[in-house]
Write a protein that binds this ligand. Sequence first.
Ligand SMILES: C[S@@+](CC[C@H](N)C(=O)[O-])C[C@H]1O[C@@H](n2cnc3c(N)ncnc32)[C@H](O)[C@@H]1O
Length: 391
Amino acid sequence: MYLCGFPCMVWELHSAHITQLMAMSSPLQNLPTLISARGNGTTTAARPPRGRHGAVQAAASDTSTAVSGGYEEGKLARPKWAGETPLSRTVQALISFRPLYSVLKLVARRVLISTAEKNNIPWKEMTKEVLESEVYGEVDSIQNQSIVYPDYYFKPFHAYDEGNLSWLAAAEAEPAMLSMAKRAVPDASSAYEANQIMRGNWLDAIEQHIMQYSQTSMIHNILDLGCAVGVSTRYLADKFPEAEVTGLDLSPYFLAVAQQKEKTGVPRKFPIRWIHADGENTGLPSKSFDLISIAFVLHECPTTGIVNIVREAFRLLRPGGTLALHDSSMKSKVLQELSPVLFTVFKSTEPFLDEFYLTDMDETLREAGFVNIKTILTDPRHATITATVPL
Ligand SMILES: C[S@@+](CC[C@H](N)C(=O)[O-])C[C@H]1O[C@@H](n2cnc3c(N)ncnc32)[C@H](O)[C@@H]1O
């Protein structure tokens, strides 16, 4: 089952759907009173930063800086529904109640698909196209039979009982991503445009960082750690056509979809290489990349996983290399004001969200050895954190 392919999928739920959810589950009827959070879950107008490099204005230093990138920040350090607040604990207790969790999972999935389709994302068609394709043949050439999965990877996740280890999750990943982008940038005229804006701002933040802090702007080798079905990987390969790009993920199903899609696309000077490995311990040579991107991955990992992945990225980068993390921002005003039902459903599909929100990312990066740590809100819901390996 699939509820939230990416961080914000569940935020596709609209108020009418919330009513539907409530009607179908009696425990949910009491939810708004059980949780005394404020906020209406609506989004404020999104304005992409103007100009290619207009958003980041940080002086070279080894201290951390954060800028809003033109998007609105909330007043809190993190949403009240995340972390170790009484509200967060109440939500956690609610979603641990199995019958309620099962209802949330089923209803929200149905609503998500229909909402995506209303946004002109042909969810069912895209999924069917993958499931009825030759994708199954790709697994043999990709799967690393000796891989040892971290324990957390086997948890039910995004409302799929098998987490990311399933064909359905792999087939639905791209429409899910589009749906998330449209929710993140609601002013965009389509989900495709929203994805362009969201990804464009992330790439601009990376480019700006490289220009500011690396002695050379030449990028020869890029790793997209946690590449899923290759959406972020293709954006990186298009942005840096002279670089050799590697997409790495723990799910052989996701990688099979990525590889098959790439095979049917326009040939590249440097074809993307797909690797089935654990980002915590990739087995790849030290100092072999100039840029590592980790997009929408760390909110799916427990704190130990986050720390290990950041350390591994430090090991894999060359001196002067750049790390870019792209994920939900706890400073986002939209996320801080999410309605009670929405954040409850959201948390029910993201088992490590509290750990992610409680991890001090700047400190984690500093402890791993990174300098020039910059955070910028690159759309109303997500931040891009960039950092450098010292020369
Ligand atoms: C939301 S998807 C990433 C989406 C993709 N980066 C993009 O921006 O389009 C998160 C991915 O992280 C992967 N992942 C989680 N933990 C991992 C780990 N320890 N090593 C490698 N990949 C991991 C999951 O398998 C999943 O495909």
